[in-house]
Design a protein. Sequence first.
Length: 401
Amino acid sequence: MKQKVKSVKSISPKEIEEILYHFSKSMHGMDSEDQLLWDMAKNCISILGFEDAVIYLVDENNQVLVQKAALGPKNPTGTEILNALQIPIGEGITGKVAQTGLPILISDTRNYPEYIQDDEFRLSELAVPILLDGKVIGVIDSENSEADYFSKQHLRILMAVSSIYSSHMARIRAEKKAKEEQKERWKIQQKATRLQIEAISAQLSPHFVFNSLNAIQHYILLEDKRSSLRFLSIFGKLLRYFLAQLHEESVTVSDEVQMLDWYLQLQELRYGDKLKYSIQAVRLEEFPQAKIPSIIVQSLIENLLEEQIHLSDGNIGIQISFELSFELVELNVLINKRIENEEFVQNSAYLKSLTPWQDYIRLINDIRPYRIESKIGPAKCPDGNENCKSVSIIFPNLFSS
């Protein structure tokens, strides 16, 4: 139903209603804003016989109107816009309409100092807002070389066109938003699945299991029954703990303290006097149900030990403390920095196989609104005679949230 109308005054209200109804029905299959805007210009506004029309959309980030579709000299071919303009909100006729949300009809632009010339100077102009939920999202602007060309009938029709197309813009934007949200949910689910797999890999890593079994075998061969049974008992407790936590996103601080004690007892049995450790939890009795995201703490300690212990020619000391409050749990770790050969650490096959603990923080922050923060830096060891590596992690207390 593409036809030009000689005079808007000759169109009856019923004919106008039929024309607009036709275009409303034809838009149901459109799924992009660009397609909708070009349809508005070429198939709807064109029947009004306007010599020029431009459709703008608001760019909220830059606070400007951007030309998106056109009819007449601004559209020489296809969906091309010749010398597309950007007009700041509040400037010119279209900018004022975008700012106020009210239509403007100018009979003679020579009497309007704020008139902005586009491709050529024209004497009359009509601009109406495209409103969505009471907010201006665009402007339909038409100019004519004749003075006093546009009538109130033009204004009413263009406002009706704007209303019909804005409802379809709302549909397209809602569908686009739904698709984006669905895609985002899928991404989050993928990351959650990856985190679960990473947790299994980190807590039940072949290297950890293999080394533990080797240590047990070592004590058996030495006929050290007491150490063998102790190692086997702690190893069994750790395995049960890890298996119980596989599907849990959070863990109590008291359970993590127990896990670390078991884990470091095993390392102490493996390395003997080479490793000393201490663990404390400040105010744990006040917040016995305090929870933090799982997997990070064990990964951090494993990473730190692997960095330092193999190159130590003396004792490695690691101090771990949790400081609890109603909203936060702060983990602070100090470990002797004894690495002399950085290249050795970089080439460590086991260290390369470990997922860096920072990666777990980034992954968890991506899928949950936890905003876990961490900081690494040098520090003086408690004895004041050596340098230590300091790691601090601030968790939300998930029990209070």
